[in-house]
Design a protein around this ligand. Structure first.
Ligand code: AMP
Length: 117
């Protein structure tokens, strides 16, 4: 799958505009363009890993970084104490739209039950 041109890769390379909050050698965090909650941040791997199904043990440091940056972002956005939800969608049933591994951080209000059917 050629993902070089996917929207997140282009944001990471600063080819298209996004509200980037954090970037290091492994991950980039920016605000979701269509926020579902007052705080809706995407934490994205800089390297293209299309889905969780493509994760290998070699990616463990990158995946750990997603969580350390999530903790950092939660503090920065002042949602750490009341809490938030982290979501990673995978493929069709998971509702994945962009095939570039990312974690959603959702918070800023009570989120209710985990899934609404
Ligand atoms: P997913 O369904 O897990 O693949 O989530 C993709 C997310 O990317 C959605 O919440 C979109 O609103 C968000 N998104 C798509 N394009 C952009 C963009 N250019 N900048 C920021 N967020 C985006």
């Amino acid at each position: 799958m050629d993902n070089k041109g996917n929207v997140f890769s282009r944001i990471i390379r600063r080819e298209i505009l996004a509200d980037i909050l954090y970037q290091d050698d492994l991950v980039t965090a920016f605000r979701d363009a269509n926020p579902r909650t007052p705080v809706h941040i995407l934490i994205v791997t800089n390297m293209i890993i299309p889905t969780v199904n493509n994760v290998t043990s070699e990616n463990e440091i990158i995946l750990g970084r997603l969580f350390t940056v999530a903790a950092k972002m939660a503090k920065k956005e002042k949602i750490d104490t009341l809490g938030y939800r982290l979501i990673v969608n995978c493929n069709q049933h998971g509702g994945q739209e962009i095939y570039h591994l990312h974690m959603h951080m959702l918070g800023g209000r009570p989120l209710g039950p985990m899934l609404v059917f």
